[in-house]
Ligand binder design. Structure first.
Ligand SMILES: Cc1cc2nc3c(=O)[nH]c(=O)nc-3n(C[C@H](O)[C@H](O)[C@H](O)COP(=O)(O)OP(=O)(O)OC[C@H]3O[C@@H](n4cnc5c(N)ncnc54)[C@H](O)[C@@H]3O)c2cc1C
Length: 342
C-alpha cells in the first residue's frame, strides 16, 4: 500500500501547476509529480512576453517558479519523480514512480505536455533561444524586418510561416520533399505572401553565427547534384512537429492518430471516469502556456465535480458520467464501476 490522494497530477508545466492551484484551493490535497523536466517546456526559454499578468514580460524559469510557489501556497505536495506506470484496472488508481514507490489516487490529471521535434544539428542547440526557435507565436515578434528560415512542410510549418510573415521581411520555407504535407487550403494561402519563398527538396545543413547571433544558414538541394547554398538569415524556426508525452497511456486511454490524448469536447474528460487530461498532451492546435494553464484549471474543476458526483451504492462506487470505456457497466441509468468496494 502506498500514500493515498484524492487527486494525482502528472506534470509540472503550466497545465500541471495550474491544476494544482485549483485542486488545492478546493481542498483536494493534490499530489503533483514533476517528471524529469521540472517546470516543463518554458524552462528552455528566456523571455515570455505573452503570459497575462506580466506586463513587462517574464523569464520562462521565473514564471514556472511563480506558478510552483502559488501551488505550494495552497498545500500541494510536490514530488520530484517520474511516473513510470499506472494501473487503471482498480480503484484507487495505482501510480508507480521511477523510485518504485506507489501512490494511490481517486482521480488523475495528466499534464505531461509535448516535446518539440528538432533536426539534431549541433548548432541548432547552440543557438537555441538566440536565433533558433520552435514557436513563431512566441518568438516571431523579435524578427521584425529580418530574414528567417522555417523548416518543415506540414500544417504547422505553413502556419508558423504565415505568422512570421507579419514581422519578417523575408521568409525561406525549407521543405525536405518535393511536395507539402500541409493541407491544400493552407497551400492556397501561400499566394497571399509574396515574401515567403518555398524551397522544395531542400534540407538545412548548418547554422552559422558568431556565438551570440545567427548570421546565415547553409541549405542543401537534393534534386540538383546536392549543391549547397548560403542564405543570410537571423532566425531559424524548426516546425517539424511535436510528440505528445503520452507513451504511458497507449492502449489504456483513447489517443488520436498522432498520439495525443483525446478529451471529450468542451471538457478535460478522457472518457475514462476519474482520468482527465490537460495542456499540450491533449492539444495539438494551440500549444501555448496560457491555453495549457486554462485547461489545467478546467481539469481541476472537472476532478472536483467527478469526486462530488460519485455515489456509494451497496459498497459500490457509482458515477453519473458518460463513459467511453467498456469496463463501465450501467445500472439503473447510472454508470457504475463494478469492481470498487468501499
Ligand atoms: C523554447 C520554447 C519556448 C516557448 N515559448 C512560449 C511562449 O513564449 N509563450 C507561450 O505561451 N508558450 C511558449 N511555449 C510553449 C509552452 O511552453 C507550452 O505550450 C507549455 O509549456 C505546455 O504546458 P504543459 O503544462 O501542457 O506541458 P509542458 O510544459 O510540456 O510540461 C510537461 C510536464 O510533464 C512532465 N512529465 C512528462 N512525462 C511525465 C511522467 N511520465 N511523469 C511525471 N511527469 C511527467 C514533464 O517533466 C513536464 O514537467 C514555448 C515552448 C518552447 C519549447
Amino acid at each position: 500500500m502506498g500514500n493515498t490522494t484524492q487527486c494525482a497530477i502528472i506534470g509540472s508545466g503550466p497545465a500541471g501547476y495550474t491544476a494544482a492551484i485549483y485542486a488545492s484551493r478546493a481542498a483536494l490535497s493534490p499530489v503533483l509529480f514533476t517528471g524529469l523536466q521540472v517546470g516543463g517546456q518554458l524552462m528552455q526559454t528566456t523571455e515570455v512576453d505573452n503570459f497575462p499578468g506580466y506586463p513587462t514580460g517574464v523569464f520562462g524559469p521565473q514564471l514556472m517558479e511563480d506558478l510552483r510557489q502559488q501551488a505550494l501556497r495552497f498545500d500541494t505536495e510536490i514530488i520530484q519523480d517520474d511516473i513510470v506506470e499506472i494501473d487503471f484496472s482498480d480503484r484507487p488508481f495505482r501510480l508507480i514512480r521511477h523510485s518504485g514507490e506507489i501512490t494511490l489516487a481517486d482521480s488523475i490529471i495528466i499534464a505531461t505536455g509535448a516535446s518539440a521535434k528538432w533536426l539534431g544539428l549541433e548548432n541548432e542547440s547552440r543557438y537555441f533561444g538566440i536565433g533558433v526557435s520552435g514557436c513563431a507565436t512566441c518568438d516571431g515578434f523579435f524578427y521584425r524586418d529580418k530574414s528567417v528560415v522555417v523548416v518543415g512542410g506540414g500544417d504547422t510549418a505553413l502556419e508558423e510561416a504565415f505568422f512570421l510573415a507579419k514581422f519578417a521581411k523575408e521568409i525561406h520555407l525549407l521543405v525536405r520533399k518535393d511536395t507539402f504535407r500541409a493541407s491544400q487550403i493552407l497551400q492556397n494561402r501561400l499566394k497571399q505572401f509574396p515574401h515567403i519563398t518555398v524551397h522544395f527538396n531542400t534540407e538545412l545543413q548548418d547554422i552559422i553565427g558568431d556565438g551570440k547571433k545567427i548570421k546565415s544558414v547553409i541549405i542543401k538541394k537534393s534534386d540538383n547534384n546536392a549543391t549547397e547554398q548560403i542564405l543570410n538569415v537571423e532566425g531559424v524556426f524548426v516546425a517539424i512537429g511535436h510528440t505528445p508525452n503520452a507513451e504511458l497511456f497507449k492502449g489504456k486511454l483513447n489517443l488520436d492518430e498522432r498520439g495525443y490524448i483525446t478529451t471529450i469536447k468542451g471538457s478535460t474528460k478522457t472518457g475514462f471516469p476519474g482520468v482527465f487530461a490537460c495542456g499540450d498532451v491533449q492539444d495539438s492546435e494551440y500549444r501555448q502556456a496560457i491555453t495549457a494553464a486554462g485547461s489545467g484549471c478546467m481539469a481541476a474543476l472537472d476532478v472536483e465535480r467527478y469526486l462530488a458526483s460519485r455515489i456509494e451504492k451497496n459498497g459500490i462506487f457509482c458515477i453519473e458520467e458518460e463513459s467511453t470505456i467498456s469496463t463501465i457497466v450501467s445500472r439503473n441509468g447510472i454508470n457504475c464501476l463494478d469492481n470498487i468496494t468501499l
